[in-house]
Design a protein. Structure first.
Lengths: 134, 118
């Protein structure tokens, strides 16, 4: 039951377009005490059906640049082969620490993007105000 | 030409991250698509999901070979995830993204702290 609940929470976060995977991995490792590798593998399987749905919707809405997508995907597969192979031979606790470090980078990236959006919003508002005044 | 090399590198790096951590490829691809290729945000997101799926399938194969896949756990999470994804997409229309982002960042800071000190 708790596992379905964890799925629901991660799904909600994914649906809003933010890293549902990071939350899923965290909850599995910390709440359920599952090994980092197994949590990451669960996230991979978790991603497949949800992303197929998202791709269908995005294809219908013409939100996918196919030429660019295929080009990136080919190099991405190459990177994934390297990354996945290093990960499966990395010690569980070391992998967990790397994951924590990776999350710190995400946090800084999010803070930066929140500030940037805030700045843009302010600029937009100023432009709107000016247009009104004109 | 230089742009193509840059894009290839971005592809490899995002593939590496999504293979190594099994998550986070979109974090690299979405901004790269927006700033390098000047795609709009919904196009950048759509294209990034399209790119990540083959990377995830590739990674799954190696995690499977390493015997790291717990099918029962994965199916249970995926069932919850499908329901949650639907709720999340609806929620996105009601609550401004900015507030969601702030909440997410706060939670993530805590998560990072727990992972590093565990």
């Amino acid at each position: 039951m708790i596992k379905i609940l964890i799925g629901i929470v991660s799904g909600i976060v994914s649906g809003t377009g933010m890293g549902g995977g990071t939350i899923l991995i965290f909850m599995l490792t910390v709440v359920c005490n599952i090994d980092q590798h197994i949590a990451q593998a669960t996230n991979l399987i978790f991603f497949i059906p949800t992303s197929i749905m998202a791709i269908i919707v995005n294809l219908k809405n013409k939100n996918i640049n196919l030429k660019l997508g295929i080009y990136i995907a080919i190099f991405g597969i190459l990177g994934a082969i390297i990354g996945a192979n290093i990960a499966i031979y990395t010690d569980v606790n070391v992998l967990k620490k790397y994951f924590g470090g990776f999350l710190v980078i995400i946090v800084f990236h999010e803070i930066y993007s929140i500030f940037k959006e805030y700045k843009n919003e302010k600029n937009d508002n100023n432009i709107l105000k000016k247009e009104k005044e004109d | 030409m230089i742009k193509n090399v840059k894009l290839a590198l971005i592809g490899i790096i995002s593939g590496f991250v999504s293979g190594f951590f099994s998550t986070g490829g979109g974090l690299i691809l979405v901004p790269a698509f927006m700033y390098l290729v000047k795609l709009k945000s919904n196009q950048a997101r759509g294209t990034s999901v399209f790119c990540i799926l083959p990377m995830v399938i590739t990674s799954s194969f190696f995690y499977y070979q390493g015997h790291f896949i717990d099918w029962k756990l994965s199916v249970l999470c995926a069932i919850g995830g499908t329901a949650g994804g639907y709720i999340g997409a609806k929620l996105l229309r009601k609550i401004p993204e900015k507030y969601l982002k702030i909440v997410f960042t706060v939670i993530l800071s805590y998560v990072a702290f727990r992972m590093l000190t565990a």
